[in-house]
Design a protein around this ligand. Sequence first.
Ligand SMILES: *[C@@H]1O[C@H](CO)[C@@H](O)[C@H](O)[C@H]1NC(C)=O
Ligand SMILES: *[C@@H]1O[C@H](CO)[C@@H](O)[C@H](O)[C@H]1NC(C)=O
Ligand SMILES: *[C@@H]1O[C@H](CO)[C@@H](O)[C@H](O)[C@H]1NC(C)=O
Length: 241
Amino acid sequence: MIPSIATALLLSAGLTAAQTAPTDLIGTWSSKSNSTLTGPGFYDPVNEKFTEPKHTGISYSFSADGHFEEAYYRAIANPTNPKCPKGILQWQHGTFTKQPNGSLILEPIKVDGRQLYSDPCMYQNAVYTRYNASELFERYEVLTDPYHNIPRLNLYKFDGSPMMPLYLAMSPPQMLPTTTLNPLTTSQPGGAKATTKVKRGELPANVNVIRKRTPGQERADRWWWFGVFLTASGGVLYFFF
Ligand SMILES: *[C@@H]1O[C@H](CO)[C@@H](O)[C@H](O)[C@H]1NC(C)=O
Ligand SMILES: *[C@@H]1O[C@H](CO)[C@@H](O)[C@H](O)[C@H]1NC(C)=O
Ligand SMILES: *[C@@H]1O[C@H](CO)[C@@H](O)[C@H](O)[C@H]1NC(C)=O
């Protein structure tokens, strides 16, 4: 009896792992511009820093062991004041599961996600905060894109509406370590780096300013070039809201 119990335990452990990782999802997927990609090139957790991709876009990675990572770089049009486009970079990671009904559920590690928000006409500085958002995709499909002849992932939002198509950019996926990365780090006098334990549910005081903008200097600061991206990246821009 004992060996069969052991086998049963192994089986159930194996089943859990298998359920969390549908193999067709594995890889790094990116929207058409293929320049927003998950991994260290987008978010640097050690230095608490984003690197702005060339073009707006989104990217999801899924690993064989049930982890996901996502990177969003979005420009938000401001119809009432076209000179004031807002920009958002968001990053998070965590675990994903495929539900029996075909839905995907993404559960982020809440303390790890980050957002950089810039609204040049409202704030002088870009606002750097924690970010977490659980996601439910009603369903997904992986197919070969007839035009590009590469694997394409269609994700359908919780309400059934489609996301922009994502294309396989890398396999195996390019991801940061899938374990909990943060504690926000702070520099100590003397150069030593200490980790600050932040209380559960506590935001990092809403303002870890990454770049400052001073009058006359804004043109030199790439964070404030969203207006240029709006015209330069033409067909690859996506607007939200
Ligand atoms: C599928 O299952 C998930 C989790 O149980 C649930 O949240 C979701 O609403 C379900 N989707 C549909 C279309 O029934
Ligand atoms: C997207 O970018 C990745 C990384 O630079 C590259 O390996 C891949 O071939 C690109 N995919 C397409 C379809 O251009
Ligand atoms: C996760 O996001 C929610 C909603 O924005 C927020 O209330 C909560 O404090 C966040 N949790 C953490 C640990 O940052």
